[in-house]
Design a protein around this ligand. Structure first.
Ligand SMILES: NC(=O)c1ccc[n+]([C@@H]2O[C@H](COP(=O)([O-])OP(=O)(O)OC[C@H]3O[C@@H](n4cnc5c(N)ncnc54)[C@H](O)[C@@H]3O)[C@@H](O)[C@H]2O)c1
Ligand SMILES: [Zn+2]
Length: 363
């Protein structure tokens, strides 16, 4: 039942993604990687630690010489340099050296922050990802983007730093609140829209099995999404070109996320951003209107929003926040549009007036 994917970096196999239904193989995987006798620090947040920390600790304690945990307050507001500082302090107190290991147990916030701490502590110590949200299992734990927010700027400080292993236990998704699970589906829907028409159809047809977390369907979508993400990051690890396609829906999405003060979830904002970008792809490009409608329907089937009713900000405000985003090149907003469902491209050619019509479409 379980599935394994090998991810290459700079042309050679670098780490494995394990898609499992429990944690039973984690010990052996780490033993094979040669961590026996080293120190390990499990980094997690205040929601995930009470659910899974004891189990992970009991699995890792027999293998490592010293097993410690660092837990921080859950939420994006903890994803900052201050929390990273507390991780460094903890590692110094426990005398961690460069041969020891960090484990990121949690969602994208824990993964990004732990990866960044690992990339920078003693100029880099090993870390593994144990992602526990759907977003983290299909997206953020793969590809080596690590980092934290700085002042009001999201992901402003970071590093490309690869994990040594990504170990997914699909069963952990069962404890996710429904809204959080739903938000996570936005990224896998995105993978289909930008890269694979057949996968898009699968996502359309299987929404019920996925929304009820039927195991075989979950394993299939996580596997397919990880494969798409793997292919993209292997070809373009540092986002010099193709990897930017993964930002489909994120240009407008990030601005909405920020203006909502993170009361809307990342996936919900990405869903709205995808609708906006798909509208622009139809209005100023080649996306057939029927495909715009299919895209909206698919998003709705996963209980994600396609319109922001009563959002207290104008399209102009949203556009100006979009322009503050770091993904700009020479003053132009970089947009990802669709040629059709399954094929995306990058453009810097949209005018402000055109972008505003796309934003107005979701308000
Ligand atoms: N590195 C990348 O390539 C990349 C890609 C996409 C997003 N991200 C980042 O990921 C972050 C969002 O990730 P997220 O949506 O996983 O958020 P998150 O880590 O905040 O997790 C969402 C919530 O679910 C809780 N949670 C996690 N796992 C749980 C479980 N199994 N059961 C119950 N509750 C659980 C968390 O405590 C949190 O409250 C953002 O900071 C974003 O910038 C990074
Ligand atoms: Zn995202």
């Amino acid at each position: 039942m379980a599935k394994t994917i090998t991810v290459s970096y700079q042309g050679s196999p670098y780490y494995q993604i394990e898609i499992q239904e429990d944690f039973s193989l984690l010990h052996d995987k780490l033993k094979c990687l040669g961590y026996g006798g080293k120190k390990v620090c499990i980094v997690s947040d205040s929601n995930v630690a009470p659910l899974y920390m004891e189990e992970i600790k009991s699995i890792l304690t027999p293998l490592f010489s010293h097993c410690t945990a660092f837990v921080f307050e859950a939420g994006e507001s903890s994803k900052n340099t201050e929390t990273v500082g507390f991780v460094y302090k903890h590692l110094i107190q426990h005398k961690f050296d460069r041969k020891d290991l960090l484990v990121a147990l949690g969602g994208g916030v824990v993964g990004d922050l732990t990866g960044f701490a690992a990339a920078t502590y003693l100029r880099g110590i090993d870390f593994i990802q144990v992602p526990t949200t759907l977003l983290a299992q299909t997206d953020s734990s793969i590809g080596g983007k690590t980092g934290v927010d700085f002042i009001q700027y999201k992901n402003m400080v970071g590093a490309f730093y690869m994990p040594k292993l990504v170990y997914m236990n699909i069963s952990t998704l069962k404890s996710l609140p429904e809204r959080q699970f739903s938000a996570g589906t936005a990224e896998l829907i995105k993978h289909g829209f930008i890269k694979n028409r057949t996968y898009t159809r699968f996502i359309q047809e299987q929404s019920e099995r996925i929304m009820t977390q039927e195991y075989a369907a979950m394993e299939e979508v996580i596997y397919r999404s990880c494969q798409i993400k793997r292919e993209v990051v292997e070809r373009d690890p540092k986002e010099l070109g193709e990897r930017a396609l993964l930002n489909f829906g994120h240009t407008i999405g990030h601005a909405i996320e920020k203006l909502s003060d993170f009361s809307l979830y990342h996936g919900e904002c990405v869903a709205l951003g995808m609708v906006s970008a798909a509208y622009l792809s139809w209005r100023f490009g080649s996306l057939p209107e029927t495909e715009l409608e299919i895209l909206k329907k698919t998003i709705q089937n996963y209980h994600l929003p396609v319109k922001l009713n009563g959002f207290p900000h104008t399209p102009e405000e949203i556009l100006s926040v979009t322009k503050l985003d770091k993904k700009m090149e020479s003053g132009k907003v970089k947009f990802i549009l669709l040629k059709n469902l399954g094929e995306a491209f990058i453009t810097k050619e949209l005018t402000d007036e055109e972008i505003l019509t796309g934003i107005a479409y979701i308000l």
